[in-house]
Design a binder for this molecule. Structure first.
Ligand code: GLA
Length: 397
């Protein structure tokens, strides 16, 4: 992994902001007191305006985060959805690299979690059931026969409270949501805060997740943006080259529930330890690929000494764009957009065909509430759920 990544940013060279935040512990809790207003100065900027209205009249706002390198991120209060993410290519051309819609109506229609915050539980829980402290809980089986991404009205489909902030070297938005006890069948009231931070001149988008509960509950928050580094609407993503820092992955059954095995990637199409095109092996005859209709699997990240692991490097050869993923999470779901089938028309009339976007969802492993051998996803009263993921955008000459 190190050899393949040598041309790229390593954690020690993250911007001063990200670096200092790592040593701060992963939270915005104390940070909000440090907000510095710099309206008069050049630098990164954040604005807020109305995006649309729900049918009941609830207003949905959009935040626009801009930095000094021309990177622009737009996110709305509905689902915390990232509606666009514009980054330069190797010639300085700026394009939107995420799938989505032009307006709120698109996001209110049926779609596969484009751009959204996922919770309470990212990924699947087998049969929509789990037992916690001797009590059984039943959840919606919205991905028959399993529970997926928090249920019917997950965190992707609620309106979040939001406040923007400007700091010395970054701007961002803090989304908060209080999930009532029993919501979607989960125990305990869960107060959640998700912070998106764009650094001023390092093209880093930092996700900080925080939650507290008043009763034990599973929590596994993630972000479900679909990327196409060649630009939204520019066809499929199979030419993107991926390096995943994982010696192991979690094989699944035909309903995408892990067997519990932590299997080596060596000798399989899941070996992305050296840069490999997404499409190089995706259609091979392989039982696991058949279960996922391609890649839709959790990779067990090799841990590094620091708080964050350099999990993935993506390179798009035509535009030279790169995306690095750093995370405190033990796993990452690599989903190759296998279920996109041309039935959704998104931004600017772009038709989202098979594999026209990929997701890299940092997470604990799927079905952990039913897998005592996996790292625990249970949050208890008095504990704080804190985790961080950073997407870093760059170019290779
Ligand atoms: C996740 C799942 C996929 C699919 C997408 C949404 O990534 O792992 O199987 O459900 O969400 O289509």
């Amino acid at each position: 992994m190190q050899a393949q990544l040598r041309y790229h940013r390593i954690p020690e060279t993250l911007s001063l902001f990200a670096f200092s935040m790592l040593h701060f512990g992963c939270g915005a809790e104390g940070d909000r007191s440090q907000v510095i207003q710099r309206d008069e100065q050049p630098g990164a900027a954040v604005t807020r305006e109305e995006f649309g209205e729900l049918t009941d009249g609830t207003s949905v706002d959009v935040f626009t985060l801009t930095n000094m390198d021309g990177m622009v991120v737009r996110a709305i209060t509905y689902g915390g959805i990232i509606t666009s993410l514009r980054v330069p290519d190797r010639d300085g051309q700026i394009d939107d690299v995420v799938l989505g819609f032009d307006d709120l109506a698109g996001y209110l229609s049926e779609h596969p979690y484009f751009g959204a915050i996922i919770g309470r539980y990212g990924n699947r829980i087998a049969g929509g059931r789990f037992t916690l402290d001797g009590q059984e809980y039943t959840l919606a089986t919205n991905n028959d026969p399993n529970h997926l991404h928090g249920g019917i009205t997950g965190f992707d489909k609620v309106v979040w409270q939001a406040e923007s902030f400007e700091r010395d070297d970054s701007v961002g938005v803090v989304f908060t949501y209080s999930s009532a006890a029993g919501e979607e069948g989960y125990p305990g009231k869960l107060d959640v805060r998700v912070t998106y931070t764009l650094t001023e001149n390092a093209n880093e988008l930092v996700f900080d997740y925080y939650a507290v509960t008043d009763a034990p509950t599973p929590v596994n928050l993630t972000q479900h943006s679909y990327f196409n580094l060649a630009g939204d609407g520019s066809g499929n993503v199979v030419g993107h080259e991926l390096t995943i820092n994982a010696d192991h992955y979690t094989p699944v059954d035909s309903t995408l529930i892990p067997s519990g095995e932590i299997a080596p990637v060596v000798g399989t199409p899941f070996d992305f330890r050296t840069a490999t095109a997404i499409g190089a092996r995706i259609d091979q005859e392989d039982e696991q690929l058949r279960h996922g209709s391609g890649y839709d699997h959790n990779f067990v990240l090799n841990r590094s000494d620091g708080p964050l692991t350099h999990a993935v490097l993506v390179y798009e050869p035509q535009t030279g764009r790169t995306m690095d993923v750093y995370t405190a999470e033990p796993g990452i779901q690599f989903y190759a957009g296998n279920f996109l089938d041309g039935s959704i028309t998104g931004k600017a009339g772009n038709v989202y065909g098979h594999r026209s976007g990929f997701c890299l969802e940092t997470q604990h492993f799927p079905d952990s509430p039913n897998k005592p051998e996996f790292p625990s996803t249970i949050l208890r009263p008095g504990e704080e759920y804190r985790t961080r993921t950073i997407y870093v955008f760059g170019v290779r000459p």
